[in-house]
Design a protein. Sequence first.
Length: 421
Amino acid sequence: MSANGLAQQLQNTHISSNDQDWKKSLALPTRDTRPQTEDVTATKGNDFEDYFLKRELLMGIFEAGFEKPSPIQEESIPIALAGRDILARAKNGTGKTAAFIIPALEKVNLTKSRIQTLILVPTRELALQTSQVCRNLGKHMGVQVMVTTGGTTLKDDILRLGQTVHILVATPGRVLDLAGKGVADLSDCTMLIMDEADKLLSPEFQPIIEQLIAFCKPGRQILLYSATFPMIVKSFKDKYLNKPYEINLMDELTLRGVTQYYAYVEERQKVHCLNTLFSKLQINQSIIFCNSTSRVELLAKKITELGYSCFYIHAKMLQSHRNRVFHDFRNGKTRHLVCSDLLTRGIDIQAVNVVIDFDFPKNAETYLHRIGRSGRFGHLGLAINLITYEDRFNLYRIEQELGTEIAPIPPVIDKSLYVAP
């Protein structure tokens, strides 16, 4: 498809011509009234009160806007509270984080000032986000939550660990460093939670994870959560988990609320096509993925030159800069974020309703995690892939592996597919 052809196809799709007015569309009511898909509504009808949680924890849950447990929360919370090991597969954006944080908070013994739960995540941004969910849900409980990641000074972490910490949220390398130095005492850690477990058990991380397990209390409870579980997870499960309760809510891999399209373009037409999409779609916020850090920076510069508000983020940036960009994007200070695959894991920004693959990914797992940045918690979203001649076989293979359809972009994209009524 030519760039002009794409413009022609999208000509009837409406967006306000004033890009500065976009923030108005981000304002959600206190109670989110947007329609949700079966990914989060197909429940057994349980209530959070059914799990006999502490009153202070229930207060945090309801104040955070949670009304009833999602399917993964229904399946996971009672089993985790019973002390069983868990191997859980559920789609991105269906409530996995609260599914393990709620039982972790409930099981904390406040009379002990030691680390009792270790939550491991693969990226710094996800660690910060997860720790914030812990604090929000446990705000009335007096639970002490600490986050530690690479890219920050060890001195601050050492000082903080001299005080009470009940739940430690961390990236693997940093917490192993602290445990090895005798600063992070995990000998009373009875719950080890691994979010995005497939990434944590990749060759990059698995040796670190196995060393960390040795620091935890013998017989500790292990909970693994992810959207995809390759064979490497099975060998870890057989070695370290004790008769785990297996949860699989993955009858299909892609989120039902995310509509997927592709536009067939030449490489030199991509920026023009992106400009057309920006002008025609009703975007609350968008995340645009590139396959390299150099392309991330170049594209962000191009988007800014076109007159749109845009930030960028990638793994080679200073951590303090990454934190600021992520915080500002979450708070609506820019409409578009260009990034590498740094942000494919677990990042939950409710206002994102459009994901664009400026560069098409090489494998199905990356594609799945990318498009899962829109359509969070059962809401609607749009994924648009710019496909070149070289990408055509990848497109077909990813469709086959995920059992999904990525359709040609239509003449008119129905607003109801990705915009809240």
